[in-house]
Design a protein around this ligand. Structure first.
Ligand code: AHG
Ligand code: MN
Ligand code: MN
Length: 335
């Protein structure tokens, strides 16, 4: 059987679903950048890419060398092609303007260049998460593109995906009609379609949460996790297993592969911030992918994709994965 590469898949999407040519180009460019990041990540200590910088990002987190390098790779790959009106990233305070010498396009690209960066130095999976929006008409036409152009709810995403740099490098992608998984063939240098019809099982016996924050949680989460831990003889009547990679990409990838529930609730450590994860470049793209695979995603109160963002780096509580458990923990918030 002939192999379907990412390029062929995208061209066939143009024929079957009218995917615009510039969106197709955008995805190919992002995929190419992810290949370059994968290459850098895999060099590790040999490439001198491990360790931290002396700088902090807008969230006050110390930047790793690979956070900065991955951000630069994505910017450089995407700024010249004429497909974007602007970009935004976890590693940049403000919207990135397309340099004046290049043409501008119809789309906005938002990304977490390297997710799970605490895993880099210990040789555990990390990834890149991205979200594609349409740029509102006229925004940035005369002069700079403002942050407000990006502040669109997740339902308006036209594409989203992530690359995971693990034992294999994979690219998971949705254009709004299901989720496809591509594995990087390093000899050919192309992403090949290997996971055609990704579905998150509706029920699960596996959950992911950073248990060390338990004392800071809100009552519905405490109650729910207590019930999970109570196992077969508890109110849920089954035993659950727990996994926590501490890279959202890796935890979500496991859930896409075999089901599960991922939680990063808000907690009382920083009461003014609703959780740790960022809406625009972590929660929204992952929620789009999970929903497209038949799963669900909420912040405990509402569907994440319906949230109207108010700032680029805004945080949000996240409960995503197998439908039955997302619905259960969301219902506990409503009681
Ligand atoms: P990033 O490396 O992009 O800052 O994201 C890390 C996030 C997410 O990937 C992961 O699920 C979570 O932080 C891990 O948090 P803990 O350190 O609390 O385990
Ligand atoms: Mn991240
Ligand atoms: Mn990151």
């Amino acid at each position: 059987m002939s192999r379907v590469t990412l390029s062929r898949y995208l061209i066939e999407q143009t024929r079957s679903h009218n995917t615009p040519a510039d969106l197709r180009f955008l995805i190919e460019v992002v995929a190419r950048a992810c290949k370059a990041i994968s290459h850098q990540v895999s060099k590790g200590a040999l490439g001198g890419v491990l360790g931290s910088m002396e700088t902090e990002n807008v969230q006050g987190e110390v930047q790793k060398k690979l956070d900065v390098l991955s951000n630069e790779i994505l910017l450089e790959a995407n700024e010249w092609g004429g497909h974007l009106a602007g970009m935004a990233s976890e590693e940049m305070d403000n919207a990135y303007q397309i340099p004046g010498r290049y043409p501008k396009g119809a789309y906005l690209l938002v990304f977490d260049p390297l997710d799970g960066s605490s895993n880099i130095d210990v040789n555990v999976s990390v990834g890149t998460i991205f979200s594609v929006l349409r740029c509102p008409e006229r925004n940035g036409e005369n002069g700079d593109l403002g942050e407000d152009a990006f502040l669109q709810p997740g339902t308006r995403q036209v594409a989203a995906g992530y690359a995971i740099y693990g034992p294999q490098t994979m690219l998971m992608l949705t254009l709004g009609n299901g989720v496809k998984g591509f594995t990087l063939d390093r000899e050919l240098g192309s992403f090949v379609l290997t996971h055609d019809n990704i579905k998150v099982p509706e029920t699960t016996q596996e959950f992911a949460i950073n248990m060390s924050n338990q004392r800071h949680w809100e009552p519905p989460v405490t109650r729910y996790v207590e019930e999970l831990l109570a196992g077969k003889t508890g109110p849920l009547g089954k035993d659950y297993n727990m996994r926590w990679v501490a890279a959202m990409v890796a935890d979500v990838h496991r859930i896409l592969t075999r089901g599960g529930l991922f939680m990063y609730p808000r907690d009382s450590r920083e009461p003014e911030k609703p959780g740790k994860l960022r809406l625009m470049y972590e929660a929204n793209p992952m929620s789009f992918i999970i929903e497209q695979a038949g799963g669900a995603s909420t912040n405990g109160v509402q569907r994440i994709l319906d949230i109207q963002p108010t700032s680029l780096h805004q945080r949000v509580a996240v409960f995503l994965g197998s439908k039955e458990e997302v619905e259960r923990v969301t219902a506990y918030h409503q009681n």
